[in-house]
Design a protein around this ligand. Structure first.
Ligand SMILES: Cc1ncc(COP(=O)(O)O)c(C=O)c1O
Length: 330
């Protein structure tokens, strides 16, 4: 956000300071990141960064507009344009979203959603920031989530998969024209951090990227992800399995109290303490499947996961659902 705001100022738009994010999104726990995260806790940490607003996020299962499929996704993209206009385009610096939002339940949008968002951002001079912290480095079946949708962001945030978690490292990539603007004006980004440019983490990340490429792990994620999804589809016969979705090895099973009404077992962070979800979490953990249920049961196994392990994961979920459903009278 700092790069986006500074770039807008360097381009002669110092009044472009607002950031638009999406409901259900998650971008982190530090103050700025929390400010653009929908489930931010006003009571303890508010007021948040000024100039943030939220728009609906694509959701193929329960669309905010009650419209199914691609048409529903496109309404979410149109909501961005409406929000930019409502805020005043001359005040908006950037829009941020994950290509596929994990926090919002792994709803895979149509490619036309991101194409439209890209076009709206460009037309209004709003920078597109894609959060690739979860999506990046093979998780969705390509090196980056944005490649699934053929969309090129202006800025891209990265972390987790950059070192596969072996060393703490995060980064922001920017497009050439952003880099060149800073070069041309001979200004630095005021972002000196104690651990910035940490050499050991950088070395670990470089080696990790070499291995990701050598072992073709993004491609593997695409192939094994299709297998995982096809196995998860088999769970739909359970009375509590409302939806199964995902891309690559980023997948989710949505558990619902009622398939017809799609009534969830609790909403947001409160869902974790809802009795059915708590029971499922317990049963899964007892059998060695470590996941978490926040409304959706999310499955994001390591990119080296084997077919045997996938079969075991699905068998464990199947067994746990059967036990929990019996106990709760489904
Ligand atoms: C999508 C997404 N963005 C940003 C973050 C925040 O990254 P960090 O915890 O490195 O600040 C996370 C962390 O879980 C995340 O999942």
């Amino acid at each position: 956000m700092k790069i986006a705001k500074q770039l807008q100022a360097l381009r002669g738009f110092p009044k472009r300071y607002k950031v638009i994010a999406r409901r259900g999104g998650y971008h982190g726990s530090t103050f700025g990141a929390m400010s653009i995260t929908a489930s931010r806790n006003e009571k303890y940490f508010g007021p948040f960064m000024y100039g943030v607003s939220f728009i609906p996020s694509p959701n193929r299962y329960r669309n905010d507009f009650g419209v199914e499929g691609e048409a529903g996704d496109l309404l979410c993209a149109e909501a961005l344009e409406q929000e930019i206009k409502a805020q005043g385009p001359e005040t908006v610096a950037a829009f941020i979203g994950e290509p596929i939002s994990a926090a919002n339940g792994v709803h895979v949008p149509s490619a036309s959603y991101w194409r439209k968002v890209r076009e709206i951002c460009t037309r209004h001079g709003v920078l597109l920031i894609l959060d690739e912290v979860i999506n990046g480095f093979g998780r969705t079946g390509t090196m980056f989530g944005c490649q699934q949708f053929d969309v090129v962001p202006d800025l891209m945030t990265m972390a987790k998969g950059l070192s596969s978690g072996y060393a703490p490292i995060a980064a922001v990539a920017v497009g050439d024209e952003i880099y060149e603007e800073f070069q041309k004006q001979e200004v630095a980004l005021a972002h000196l951090l104690t651990f910035g440019g940490q050499a050991v983490s950088c070395a670990a990340a470089l080696k990790n990227l070499e291995i990701l490429r050598r072992e073709e792990l993004p491609q593997r994620s695409a192939v094994e992800g299709r297998y995982l999804l096809s196995r998860l589809e088999g769970l739909r016969s359970h009375p509590t399995v409302g939806d199964v979705r995902g891309r690559g090895l980023l997948t989710a099973v949505e558990l619902v109290r009622d398939k017809t009404t799609k009534e969830p077992f609790g909403v947001g962070p409160a869902a974790a303490s809802e009795p059915f979800n708590r029971k499922m979490n317990e049963l899964l953990a007892e059998r060695g499947l470590l996941t978490r249920i926040f409304g959706t049961l999310q499955l994001c196994p390591p990119l080296v996961v084997t077919r045997d392990e996938i079969d075991r994961m699905v068998a464990i979920i199947d067994e746990c659902l059967t036990i929990a459903e019996r106990e709760f009278g489904f």
